[in-house]
Ligand binder design. Sequence first.
Ligand code: ACO
Length: 372
Amino acid sequence: MASVTGLDGIIAAETELSMVDGQNGVLVYRGYEAKELALHNSFEEVAYLLWHGELPSTDILNEFKKRWAEQRSIPAELKAVLDLLPKESEMMSVLRTATSVLGTIVHREAEWPLHFEQILTNTLMLPTIIAYHYRRSQGLLPIEPDPQLDHVANYLYMLTGSVPQQVHVKVLTAYLILAMEHGMNASTFAGRVVLSTQSDLASALCASIGAMKGPLHGGAPSEVLHMLDAIGDKEQAEAWLRDELKAGRKLMGFGHRIYKTNDPRAEALRQLMTELAAEDPWFDLAIHVEKVAVELLNEYKPGRKLYVNVEFYAAAVMRAIALPTSLFTPSFTLSRMVGWTAHLMEQTSCNRIFRPQSVYIGELPPSLQNHV
Ligand code: ACO
């Protein structure tokens, strides 16, 4: 039986978008450390960087933001389709459906090569679609985008109906920037494979959203929240974590396929949350649990190099801004949309259809018994 590798270690493309160095815990977006961008830049600036290769000047940024503010409302045809879906529909399925609908009603004429306008449309409308379906699922009226607000603040505003606190915008922006791009992950690869056939943007994005939806990829940090709730207080942490490891269960928010040291995204979020929530007993518990968990993982799984990952502190961010757990993966998706579309532009510029091979391990007909 051939071993199933999951393409582990296979290089599928060259990219100028990001470098993920798992041995040293470094994540670079187009020449900048992602953690620095997350702490000091806006969502719009980092999206511009990933799409266009450089950070925008103040004039360009202002013009860019103006376009964003004008293009966030979703078309009536899309609202009509969303209104037909059951209110309780799972959000990632709704996003996949809405992306497909957008592909049939907006920019119909432009299929290949990609047009930047199509990319902008899909990126700008995704938060509006999330907020529209979320409020509908809660029995609330949808809220139109506010052109005075930036992308992240407007997302929170459309969900809640209130202009968010600056501090909430700051921590969510940091998380969304850190989640924007991460090399050839499953959803990015899925989108690039579809686009490599010279298919259209909507089809590629539907594939990416479909891949993101699976628990092995876009798994939300809600499990970390449950774990910390179950631990309850610092006194219980060691015994609780030991019981989990003795029972052979995994500790949520620890370990990573690529990072064999601290995930730099977790470090950036920890730093930010330390500034903002040092007094919060829940955050104090999270810091303690990380310390004890890493010691115990080293004891129970020596040599496996298990450290904290981004999901652990993403949970702290989501909790701090009171985002419902059903919105964790969709929020990750609205940010990864930038990375996906940057990869799709890159794929368009040097396209060759993806065509890996498989090894036949089945029976041969008698006439081919000597076939090698
Ligand atoms: N707790 C306890 N043990 C662990 C953990 C953990 N969190 N993670 C890995 N291990 C152990 C495994 O049991 C395995 O032990 P063994 O050698 O005795 O069999 C060894 O470490 C290697 O683990 P794998 O599962 O093979 O590592 P892989 O690279 O395939 O998986 C993954 C990485 C899925 C992230 C894993 O570490 C995990 O399940 N972590 C918990 C869930 C989690 O936090 N997911 C979020 C990841 S970040 C993101 O996706 C954005």
